[in-house]
Each structure stands twice: as C-alpha cells, then as structure tokens.
Design a protein around this ligand. Structure first.
Ligand SMILES: [Mg+2]
Length: 363
C-alpha cells in the first residue's frame, strides 16, 4: 500500500519568549510530519523556523525541498540509512532531510514493535538533563538559574552575546560559584574578540558553546589553543565529516548534537562515535521542539555515547500546552525515553488540528 505523507504547520506559543544572540522567539512555528502505512502512524518534526537565523534553512525552504526532491525517497518506506544515501542527491538542507529520516526511524521502530531507543541500540535507558536559559534582564536570568537548580537540572546553560557576557556570567557566578555552568554565544563573536573570550576563563565554565561563526572550524582551533575553557561546537558541526575535521584540527572538546542540524539520527550516532573516539564529549541539544521532536531527542540522549547532560528539558518549561498527551517527567535531573513503540508519544490530534495553520498532503 502506498504510504500517505502529510504535514501540519503548527504554531505553539511559549510561556516565556526565548532570546538568543540572533533574536527573540515568542512562539514555535513547527512543521510536523505524519506518515501512515501498513497500519502504522509515524510522526516527526522539522526543526526549521520561520527565518534563516540559526542556519540558512527555514520552514519555506524545508517544505520546498521535501515536496519537490525528498518525498519520493520515502515512498517505498526504506530504512533510514537507505533514505540518507538517496538524499545525498540534494546538497545541504539537513533539517529537511532529518525530518524524513527521523520519520522513517519512527516508522521502522513502530513496525518492529520496539521503542525507538531500543530499536537504535546502545541506550542507557535514561538521559541526563540540563536547561537552556535565554537572555533577559540579568535579575530574571539569575532567578531562572535558581529555579533550574531547585528543579534538579544537571547543568545550566545561558545564552550570551557580545557586550553582555560579563554582566550575565558575573551575576550568576556571584550567587552560584560552583554550579555546572555553560554559555552559548550562537556565533556572536569573531576571532578579533579573542581577548573578551579569554576573559571568560574566570567563570570556570564546563564549556563555551559556538563562540565564532556558524560554519567556522579554523578560528575555533586558534581560539581553543589560547583559552582554558573547553570549546563546544554546535552550528559548525553539520555532518560526520565536519566533526572529523573539527577534532583533527583541534577545534573542539565537546559537540552539541542536534539531529535536525546533521540530517537525522544516523549521522548523529556517527558524529557521537567520532567525537568519543577522539576523547571528546557529546550531548544532545534542542531546537525548542514540540513533544514530537523532543521524544526523538530524549531517545538519542539516552545513548551510551552521550556523556554530558543535554537540552532535553520537559516541555512544560516551554509551552502552556504541548501537542502530546504524555509529556516527559524529570526525576533527579533525568528523563527516561518513552516505552511505547517508536517515539512513544500520544499525540493529541484534536489539539494538533486546532493549532495547525495549514495541513498539506504531500504523498
Ligand atoms: Mg547552541
């Protein structure tokens, strides 16, 4: 039977607007995919947003690439690895590719009757959880750090930007000198800012995330030689090959893996292997996903190759109401992946339809 592939464009408001060095988001505008075949219903989420600010992709380009070029590669329901090989015919557009690659992971794990973390293999059965706190007035940021510690998060990450780094990190360290703290600059600095970046060593961060340009490796390697704070790469690592090069030239100590950024789960696992083989550390990031994308991230974050806490916070932190009826619960800073087949989410179809601004039949 020919599969049926559809897309729901949904808008979910955030409880608190989320500010990074590239702007403020007050709602998540997500593309959710649904695949029906052989009595199985699979879901996935594309992590693009309305604008090309985290990367060059956005919701419009992702829909275009999926409809025109990628959808035909899922029609015979291949295993994810085969889809990935076929999709090499399209250059870049990893977020679009990941949406379908992960849809096939959900489909095939559901078909096997196993939860996705078991189907993938190598799961520890839990994921250590950290929190990502956006920029705001410094008193509010410090208050949110305090709340995060109370809730048991295993590390706290704050967003910083050029000119606000000492204000934010200084205020946090004054109150919480010992907590595992990291800072994410989302590419806001250049190598000419090296003296500012060196001055961050005083805050004893677990790592500094993506200080330099979104596709840079060489300047990160230069910077890493001159600071004692470990460097974590996020935006720059878009493929296993980029991960290999980053470690080969000494550009990174840590990698934040976002399956959407790297084309899906297959590449995520390969990047994790490369990083750990090189003595690096790995954690799983987030793109403010709904409960569907989050379920994938938690499954991946439970893999034994992932050794640092990730941004896989329960979604009640972000949304008033999520589109899944079985949200994750965090206990002692840990989350367990869902136990039902595939991603194991119980999608609230009525609410999904209510928050959809567009529904498209693709295949
Ligand atoms: Mg980041």
């Amino acid at each position: 039977m020919k599969p049926r592939l559809s897309c729901f464009e949904v808008v979910l408001p955030f409880k608190v607007p989320f500010t990074t060095s590239f702007g403020t988001q007050s709602e998540r505008h997500a593309l959710l995919f649904r695949l029906e075949a052989d009595g199985v219903v699979a879901y996935s989420e594309c992590v693009t947003d309305v604008g090309p600010h985290y990367s060059y992709e956005d919701n419009y380009t992702a829909m275009h690439i999926i409809r025109e070029y990628l959808a035909k590669f899922v029609e015979d329901l291949p295993v994810p690895k085969v889809f990935l090989e076929r999709s090499e015919a399209v250059k870049g557009h990893n977020m679009a590719k990941a949406a379908l690659e992960m849809l096939l992971w959900d489909y095939h794990s559901k078909l096997s009757g196993k939860p996705i973390h078991e189907y993938m293999g190598g799961s520890k059965g839990y994921a250590d959880v950290g929190i990502s706190i956006g920029m705001d007035k410094v008193e509010k940021v410090v208050a949110r750090v305090g709340e995060a510690i109370q809730r048991g998060y295993r590390r706290v990450k704050v967003k910083i930007e050029r000119g606000r780094e000492h204000e934010i990190l200084g205020a946090i360290r004054e109150v919480y000198p010992e907590i595992p703290l990291t800072a994410d600059a989302n590419c806001d600095y250049r190598i000419k800012d090296i003296e500012i970046l060196k001055s961050l060593d005083r805050y004893n961060l677990v790592y500094l995330e993506q200080p330099l340009d979104h596709d840079d490796l060489v300047d990160h390697a230069k910077l890493r030689k001159q600071i004692s704070t470990p460097i974590c790469l996020d935006e720059s690592i878009t493929s296993p090959d980029k991960a290999r090069k980053a470690f080969e030239i000494g550009a990174a100590d840590v990698v934040n893996i976002k399956p959407g950024r790297v084309g899906g789960f297959t590449n995520s696992l390969e990047i994790a292997r490369i990083a750990r083989d090189q003595g690096g550390h790995v954690w799983v990031g987030g793109m403010l996903e709904t409960g569907i994308g989050r379920a994938f991230n938690v499954a991946l974050a439970s893999h034994s190759l992932v050794d640092y806490p990730g941004d896989t916070s329960p979604n009640d932190k972000y949304f008033e109401q999520d589109i899944v009826k079985n949200p994750f619960k965090m206990i002692d800073g840990r989350i367990k992946p869902n136990t039902g087949p595939g991603i194991g989410v119980d999608v609230d179809l009525d609410y999904l339809i209510k928050v959809s601004i567009k529904m498209t039949r693709i295949v």
